[in-house]
Write a protein that binds this ligand. Structure first.
Ligand code: SF4
Length: 254
């Protein structure tokens, strides 16, 4: 049985977003504490999904059957933390055999050399490592884990066949400009052409931090651009093109 509990389909680029349940980090501001469903779904779908009481995870063959019913060109594997799912290489293998490009979003903690080999063999196209903080004290405070394996795995990944990128969340008064600068310098020390994305923090109910303004996100991007060639950002209000369709679990609303 996989850890996949939710899948959505984006019409503008024929992509799917696959949600894996569970994580080996305990980030204080994790959005999943508040919302486990795709936040880009419309209100009607959100409402119907919130009534789902029993999260039923998919078997590999059920997953394959669902995917075959859609014209999928690209799959984003996120969640949650996909790397704690033992079936992750098989899932990527299934997608690869169907000609689907795959991107893994991960905190990077478990992506060691053996794991990278398995992902390469399965045909993973690209990987985005979320670097939560460069300062290990901040990292441990925010996630409950040291960032040492993450930073080390990131270096190893750049030697692999898998396309590598990184992202960080800008959190005012926690992960601020100085942290973004240190992360950007760290990435540039490996290769300055590695793409880097800055996401605006989305506050959850009991979080102690506010959302950054658009101006703050742009300023953080400019700081990162001093060191890196490809920097972009996602701000909360960035619009999604086309329609977002819920394809698993089955609900009445569309
Ligand atoms: S790594 Fe991601 S999924 Fe895991 S706790 Fe942190 S924000 Fe949530």
């Amino acid at each position: 049985m996989t850890s996949i509990y939710h899948i959505t389909y984006y019409t503008y680029d024929n992509s799917i977003y696959i949600f894996f349940q569970g994580c080996n980090f305990q980030c204080k501001g994790c959005i999943l504490k508040q919302l486990i469903w795709d936040c880009h779904l419309n209100n009607e779908n959100q409402h119907a999904l919130q009534a789902v009481k029993d999260l039923r995870k998919l078997s590999l063959s059920e997953f394959k059957d669902i995917i075959k019913g859609f014209d999928v060109k690209k799959a984003i594997l996120g969640g949650g933390e996909p790397t704690i799912d033992k079936e992750l290489p098989d899932i990527i293998n299934v997608l690869n055999a169907l000609g689907v490009k795959t991107r893994l979003l991960t905190n990077g903690y478990l992506i060691n050399e053996d794991f990278i080999k398995k992902l390469e063999e399965a045909g993973l196209s690209s990987i985005c490592i979320s670097i939560k903080a460069y300062d290990d004290d901040i990292h441990q405070f925010y996630t409950g884990k040291s960032n040492k394996p993450v930073l080390n795995n990131f270096k190893i990944l750049d030697k692999s066949q898998i396309e590598l990128m990184a992202e960080s969340v800008l959190i005012p008064e926690l992960i601020e400009y100085n942290e973004i600068k240190r992360i950007a310098k760290f990435i540039a020390g490996i290769r300055s052409s590695i793409p880097y994305r800055i996401d605006a923090f989305i506050p959850i109910n009991d979080a102690s931090w506010r959302a950054p303004s658009l101006e703050e996100v742009i300023k953080a991007s400019k700081i990162a651009k001093r060191y890196l060639k490809k920097v972009h950002y996602i701000y909360n209000k960035t619009k999604i093109k086309g329609e977002v369709i819920n394809i698993y679990p089955k609900i009445k609303a569309r």
